[in-house]
Design a protein around this ligand. Structure first.
Ligand SMILES: [Zn+2]
Ligand SMILES: [Zn+2]
Length: 118
C-alpha cells in the first residue's frame, strides 16, 4: 500500500491573523497566529500593553505650560491622602499617579491590604 505523500506537506491551513486590526487571511501552520507581516514581532502592537501599563501608574496630564513648574498632586491610591509635588515640564504629559510612598508596586499592594482590613 502506498501512503499518500501529500499528507505531510499539506499541514497548512487558511488562518486569520490574530493581530488586532489586521484580520488578514493567510496560509500557515495550524499553530500559526500571525500573517507574514505580523510574524515579525516588531510589527505587532506590543506598545498597546505598554501604554496600559503606563496609565496604571501614571496620569496623563495635559497642560500648556511653557516652563517647568511645580504642582501639587494628591496620591491616586484610594485611602491615601498624601500629596506630592511634581515638576511639570513643557510638552511632557505623563506624570506619576501615586505619592512617593506608593510608587512602589509592593508598597501599594500592601497599603491596600491594610485598608481592606479596617
Ligand atoms: Zn497580520
Ligand atoms: Zn499614596
Amino acid at each position: 500500500m502506498q501512503l499518500p505523500k501529500y499528507k505531510k506537506k499539506k499541514r497548512i491551513k487558511l488562518k486569520v491573523c490574530q493581530e488586532p486590526g489586521c484580520g488578514r487571511e493567510f496560509w500557515g501552520h495550524p499553530i500559526a497566529k500571525y500573517c507574514e507581516l505580523h510574524r515579525d514581532i516588531k510589527q505587532r502592537q506590543k506598545q498597546k500593553k505598554d501604554i496600559e501599563n503606563i496609565e496604571s501608574k501614571n496620569i496623563i496630564f495635559r497642560h500648556n505650560y511653557t516652563e517647568a513648574m511645580d504642582l501639587e498632586f494628591k496620591c491616586c491610591l484610594e485611602g491615601c491622602n498624601n500629596t506630592f509635588t511634581i515638576r511639570m515640564f513643557p510638552k511632557q504629559y505623563v506624570y506619576p499617579r501615586f505619592c512617593m510612598e506608593h510608587r512602589n508596586d509592593f508598597k501599594r499592594a500592601n497599603f491596600l491590604r491594610i485598608m481592606q482590613k479596617k
